[in-house]
Design a protein around this ligand. Structure first.
Ligand SMILES: Cc1cc2nc3c(=O)[nH]c(=O)nc-3n(C[C@H](O)[C@H](O)[C@H](O)COP(=O)(O)OP(=O)(O)OC[C@H]3O[C@@H](n4cnc5c(N)ncnc54)[C@H](O)[C@@H]3O)c2cc1C
Length: 468
């Protein structure tokens, strides 16, 4: 791989050490740039991170983060920093009804896109009418959806006669919750992408990965990775402004603790962070358009309830909880291989109602509902509990949102944009963030005369999907 010669080493400051910033920083360090990765918090990972919860005395993730086999750029980052073997993969999804009856979705020996059919047909969670309506919708999704479609997922589902069971137990719970929005606020092309990647393209693309260590520990190799290539990591360092000096072709980045200089800049912040920084960047033509794109973005919340019991309440690592406020269960003790601890995490996606509950109400509701799925909860003693509300968890993807997603090129010289909300074609996910980081690295390398490809190819379609 052609990289910058050591005597011509150029510098780049990457602002924001979320998945986007880490992906850009590691790629650019590998390309031979001297990278300064600057993060306002005291730990790596941004919206996908872990920290010591002061009240619990436990290191917890801000929320369980899952990835899928199709997340090729995120996997690329994990491989680059040597963290890939800390991901645990599973291809089965257990759905549980109140009362405890289970259905397992997952692949079979049949070729894609039929691989999930046998288990779907055997699932108790869906009636015959539900299964027929799901099969109809999946067949319709074999046809391309125009990228500029203005239809919502909800309108499309109504047009394709989905039953109440299919709507509630599959589309709302699995798909809309993966996109963290209501079915009537999701642009059809984004929903189609998720369904194809997770359920149709191949069994491996849809297998689910979960970190076996707290998230910030997963990224710990980023610091030595950068330092081994002449770079540095600045935590607890908030960037307040950046000024471009034309004669020296340098950026001066002002932080609360001093200044940093570099030839290039990557702004890898969420859209609200960009909104705050914009008035403190050079006033250039084009900045106004970026400002109006940012104004079109909105957030959707995710809440997680963390419960520590005195005994194990289920042997399952992961489950989808049907027909209640709770959506997803993660058995953190099992995932982390911590037998002495009985730590369960429950996730509620895109629910303004749940996000509005007080701590005590939310925890009581979670324990009550959990007992409906797992009777052992009634005998167990709850030792401690935490509620984490992330009101700015993800950005929404309503029809027309693509016009508000800028490319990695910015209006400023030597400055590139990253972040999950950049034009990646992916919804608000770690994969979108990793893609945006790789796209920014590619654009920066190109501007410096290096023709390097950082974007990982999409996961190949398998089985019949290669021809469909
Ligand atoms: C509760 C929750 C659950 C989620 N679940 C999943 C999931 O299961 N799977 C999935 O793929 N995605 C999930 N997501 C979405 C995923 O976390 C995000 O899409 C992704 O992490 C975004 O990464 P990013 O680097 O673009 O932005 P961020 O993670 O927001 O990173 C930006 C960084 O910039 C820093 N920053 C901002 N301003 C400044 C400044 N002025 N100076 C210095 N630093 C600054 C911030 O502190 C932050 O660390 C979830 C998100 C949340 C919140």
């Amino acid at each position: 791989m052609a990289t910058l010669p050591a005597d011509a080493q150029k510098s780049v400051t990457v602002v924001g050490a979320g998945v986007a910033g880490m992906s850009a920083a590691c790629a650019l360090a590998e390309a031979g740039f001297r990278v300064q990765l600057v993060e306002r918090r005291g730990y790596l990972g941004g919206r996908a991170s872990s920290y010591l919860h002061p009240g619990m005395g436990e290191v917890i993730d801000n929320c369980q983060h899952v990835l899928f086999g199709c997340c090729t750029n995120l996997i690329g980052l994990y491989r680059r920093i040597g963290a890939y073997d800390r991901i645990h993969w599973t291809s089965e999804m257990t759905m549980i009804e109140p009362g405890g009856r289970r259905s397992v979705l997952g692949p079979s020996w049949l070729p894609a896109p039929l691989h999930g059919m046998p288990k779907l047909l055997a699932a108790h969670a869906f009636s015959v009418a539900d299964k027929l309506s799901l099969a109809r919708a999946f067949t319709a999704l074999l046809r391309p959806v125009p990228a500029n479609s203005t239809e919502t997922l909800g309108a499309w589902l109504r047009r394709h006669g989905q039953t109440q069971g299919a709507l509630e137990r599959f589309w709302r719970l699995v798909i809309a919750s993966a996109l963290n929005a209501d079915i009537d606020s999701i642009a059809l092309p984004y929903a189609a992408k998720v369904i194809r990647e997770l359920f149709m393209n191949s069994a491996s693309a849809g297998s689910m990965g979960m970190s076996t260590v707290p998230l910030s520990e997963l990224y710990a190799p980023v610091k030595p990775f950068l330092e081994a290539r002449g770079g540095s990591l600045f935590l607890n360092t908030c960037v307040e402004s950046a000024a471009w000096d034309e004669p020296s072709s340098q950026w001066t980045i002002r932080t609360r603790s001093g200044e940093l200089r570099s030839e290039n800049l990557v702004l890898a912040m969420p859209f609200e962070g960009m909104r705050q920084l914009l008035p403190h960047l050079p006033a250039l033509e084009g900045a106004q358009e970026l400002a109006s794109q940012i104004e079109r973005h909105a957030h959707s919340p995710i809440c997680s309830v963390h419960l520590w019991f005195d005994r194990e309440i289920t042997e399952l690592e992961h489950a989808v909880l049907l027909d209640r406020e709770l959506h997803w269960l993660y058995n953190q003790s099992r995932l982390r291989g911590d037998g002495g601890n009985h730590y369960i995490e429950l996730v509620v996606s895109a629910s303004e109602r749940f996000a509005a509950l007080q701590r005590g109400e939310a925890i009581a509701l979670a324990v009550r509902e959990l007992a409906e799925f797992f009777p052992r909860v009634r005998e167990a003693r709850l030792e401690k509990a935490a509620l984490i509300k992330e009101v700015r968890a993800t950005f929404c993807v309503p029809p027309g949102i693509d016009a508000a997603r800028p490319s990695s090129r910015s209006p400023w010289p030597g400055c590139f944009l990253a972040g999950d909300w950049i034009a990646t074609g992916w919804p608000s996910t770690m994969e979108s963030a990793a893609r945006s980081g790789h796209l920014a690295a590619e654009a920066l390398c190109k501007a410096e005369g290096l023709n390097l490809q950082w974007l990982e190819p999409d996961f190949p379609r398998q089985g019949l999907m290669r021809w469909l």
